[in-house]
Design a protein around this ligand. Structure first.
Ligand SMILES: NC(=O)c1ccc[n+]([C@@H]2O[C@H](COP(=O)([O-])OP(=O)(O)OC[C@H]3O[C@@H](n4cnc5c(N)ncnc54)[C@H](O)[C@@H]3O)[C@@H](O)[C@H]2O)c1
Length: 259
């Protein structure tokens, strides 16, 4: 495992499932103290309990699109563990239209544009804005955001609103990195290709075989990613080795897009 100073307090959004939960599972054995948040309160408390690290992990029901709840989330984290060292923003997603669901701009529901930007961009802005004072107070820290291959290249799945929102995450990450480097805060992002989170697995399993083969044929690795492979990239940015890496977006996509 990567070197990681025990006792660091890491807040992870979207931790009931998928990338957030997988990141928590990798951080639990290296001595991190974890604040796990999700709008699914029951799910995130289940994640906290299944880590088996007792009061080193708490699960909080939070809607990260509600500014007051986001502020209260950071206050609770600092109150509980005395400090905050890292923020991992995993909340995000497309409009749930599935593999063949990328909508043309003419078909795109106007409200979908705002919903997608709220979920993928505003959520990250809110959480960063609320957490940065606490990271500064701790003497520095780490922020890891979640973009997508859609924001680095183009999207088979999500449509123009999702590609634009995930590209915005890349730009936001770079600008925050630039502004916060003097505060010893690094800001990086991961950009997954199709990855078998519980949500994506459920969609994937229902797709006809020929459609799956067509998608796999476009991925040089010939397979979808595993959620642990994505969480590993997040943990690298949080680790003691990554203190001089900032403003970077790391593609985790089996070669689907190469910069
Ligand atoms: N899985 C993939 O194939 C893939 C590919 C590219 C990018 N991504 C990105 O990776 C991230 C994680 O994806 P995943 O598949 O693990 O997601 P997921 O859908 O499995 O998990 C997202 C979690 O966020 C929570 N959530 C949603 N809205 C919330 C809100 N307003 N407040 C608090 N919690 C909320 C959900 O309850 C859920 O537990 C997302 O940003 C997604 O866009 C995923």
């Amino acid at each position: 495992m990567l070197p990681f100073t025990p006792g660091k307090v890491i807040l992870i959004t979207g931790a009931a499932l998928g990338l957030g939960r997988a990141t928590a599972k990798l951080l639990a054995p290296v001595g991190a103290r974890l604040v796990l948040v999700d709008r699914d309160g029951e799910g995130v408390r289940r994640t906290a309990a299944e880590l088996g690290i007792g009061d080193r992990a708490i699960g909080l029901e939070v809607n990260v699109l509600d500014w007051e709840q986001v502020q209260a989330m950071v206050t609770t984290a600092v109150h509980r563990f005395d400090r905050l060292d890292g923020l991992v923003n995993t909340v995000g997603g497309s409009s749930g239209h599935g593999v063949r669901g990328a909508r043309s701009i003419e078909e795109l529901d106007l409200a979908d544009w705002d919903r997608t930007f709220d979920l993928n961009v505003k959520s990250v802005f809110y959480c960063c804005r609320a957490a940065i004072p606490a990271l500064r107070a701790a003497g520095g820290g780490r922020i890891v955001n979640t973009s997508s291959v859609a924001g680095r290249s183009q999207s088979q799945l999500g449509g123009p609103q999702y590609a634009a929102a995930k590209a915005a995450v890349v730009g936001f990450t770079r600008q925050l990195a630039f502004q916060l480097a003097k505060d010893n805060i690094t800001v990086n992002a991961v950009a997954p290709g199709p990855t078998l989170s519980e949500r994506v697995s459920a969609i994937w399993d229902k797709r006809p075989d020929e459609e799956r083969q067509e998608i796999l044929s476009r991925i040089p690795a010939g397979r979808l990613g595993e959620v642990d492979e994505l969480a590993g990239a997040v943990v690298y940015f949080l680790s003691d080795l990554a203190g001089y890496v900032t403003g970077h977006t790391l593609d985790v996509n089996g070669g689907l897009y190469m910069d």
